[in-house]
Design a protein around this ligand. Structure first.
Ligand code: SF4
Ligand code: SF4
Ligand code: SF4
Ligand code: FES
Length: 308
C-alpha cells in the first residue's frame, strides 16, 4: 500500500494506482475526457491535471501513479487555471450548438464549462467546417464537435477489435477518420455503437435516435441480448413509459456487441421500429426484419415443414 495526501487528506491505496483513481476513491472530483477505465491509458487531453509539489509541470492524473508521501491538490488555483485554458482552447474551435445538440444534458464539455465558469473562448482563429457525416443508417458523425480525445479510436481497436477509425492528418487538421478519410458508410465499420457509447461530447450519435428525446427525458434499463450465447448487455431507452430505442453499453459492460443483436432488441421492444438497413454491393438498402436478423432461411424451412 502507498500512503499519500490528497487535498491534505491522508489516503492509502495499492501501489500502481493512478492519482486519478486514488482521488476518486477518496471522493474528490477530477474531470476527464480521454480517460476510460476499461481502455489503456492515453494522457492526451490534459483536463485531468493536478498539482503535485516537486513536479515541474501539472501532471495528468490519469497516467501518473501514486508515490509514498506524495501531496496532491486536485483543484488548486493553478489547476483550475489550466483546466479553464484547456476548455477555452476547445471552445475556440467548437460549434456552440448546445440548444439543438443531441448530447445536451449529458456532455462533459458542457458540464466542465459550467463547473469552471467558461462561457466563451478568449482565443480566436480558424475553425473547422466539416460536413455532417450521415451517409450510413446508424451513426452520425459531426467532426466539428470532436475534441480529439481518441476514446472512439481506442475503443474500436480494443473492444470490437475492428480498428476502423484512427487519427488522420496533423496539427490543426488532425481528425478522426476511417481509412483514406472515407465516410464511415464506406468503411468496414460494423455499427456496434461502442464508439458512440464512449464519446464524451456530441460528435457521435445514433441516427435512429435523432430527435427522439432529450437526455433528461430518457431512462435507461439494462437488457441482455439472447440472440446468441455471448449474452451482450444493451440499454433500453424509455420515454413516458415506452421503449424508444436500444443503445450500446459502455466498454466494460459485456462483450463486443453486434448490430444484429441491437436490431433484434429494437424489433422486440420498440413500438414501430424503423426498418433495418444492410449494405448490399456497397450500398445500404432497407431489408426485411427476417433478413436483418439472419432468419430468412429458418423462416423458409419452418414454412416448408408446415407444408409437409
Ligand atoms: S457537444 Fe456538448 S458543448 Fe458541444 S454543442 Fe453539443 S452539448 Fe454543446
Ligand atoms: S461502430 Fe463499432 S466498428 Fe464502427 S467505428 Fe464504432 S466501434 Fe468501430
Ligand atoms: S469522436 Fe468523440 S470519442 Fe472520438 S475522438 Fe472525437 S470526441 Fe473523442
Ligand atoms: S483524462 Fe487524463 S489526460 Fe485525458
Amino acid at each position: 500500500m502507498v500512503t499519500l495526501t490528497i487535498n491534505d487528506m491522508e489516503v492509502k491505496v495499492p501501489r500502481g494506482t493512478t492519482v486519478l483513481d486514488a482521488a476518486r476513491q477518496a471522493g474528490f472530483f477530477i474531470p476527464t475526457f480521454c480517460h476510460e477505465p476499461q481502455l489503456t491509458g492515453f494522457g492526451a487531453c490534459r483536463i485531468c491535471v493536478v498539482e503535485i509539489p516537486g513536479m515541474r509541470n501539472l501532471p495528468a492524473s490519469c497516467v501518473t501513479e501514486v508515490a509514498p508521501g506524495m501531496r496532491v491538490y486536485t483543484e488548486s488555483p493553478a489547476v483550475v487555471e489550466a483546466r479553464r485554458t484547456i476548455l477555452e482552447l476547445i471552445l475556440a474551435n467548437h460549434p456552440l450548438d448546445c440548444l439543438t445538440c443531441e448530447k445536451n444534458g449529458d456532455c462533459r464539455l458542457q458540464d466542465y464549462c459550467f463547473r469552471y465558469g467558461v462561457k466563451s473562448s478568449s482565443f480566436s482563429g480558424a475553425r473547422h467546417e466539416y460536413p455532417l457525416e450521415d451517409d450510413n443508417p446508424y451513426i452520425i458523425r459531426d467532426m466539428n464537435k470532436c475534441i480529439l480525445c481518441g476514446k472512439c479510436v481506442r475503443t474500436c481497436a480494443q473492444v470490437p477489435g475492428r480498428a476502423v477509425i484512427d487519427y488522420a492528418y496533423r496539427g490543426f487538421n488532425t481528425k478522426i477518420a476511417a481509412p483514406m478519410d472515407t465516410p464511415l458508410g464506406e468503411s468496414d465499420c460494423v455499427y456496434c455503437g461502442r464508439c458512440v457509447s464512449v464519446c464524451p461530447v456530441g460528435a457521435l450519435s445514433y441516427k435512429r435516435l435523432q430527435g427522439v428525446g432529450r437526455t433528461w427525458e430518457l431512462q435507461k434499463k439494462p437488457v441482455t441480448c439472447t440472440f446468441c450465447e455471448a449474452g451482450c448487455q444493451f440499454n433500453l431507452l424509455y420515454k413516458d413509459g415506452k421503449v424508444v430505442g436500444v443503445v450500446t453499453t459502455a466498454p466494460g459492460q459485456g462483450r463486443p456487441l453486434c448490430l444484429k443483436g441491437r436490431l433484434g432488441l429494437e424489433l422486440l421492444y420498440v413500438e414501430n421500429p424503423q426498418p433495418p438497413q444492410l449494405k448490399k454491393d456497397g450500398v445500404f438498402q432497407p431489408v426485411s426484419w427476417a433478413e436483418a436478423l439472419g432468419l430468412e432461411g429458418i423462416l423458409e424451412k419452418i414454412a416448408a415443414q408446415k407444408q409437409d
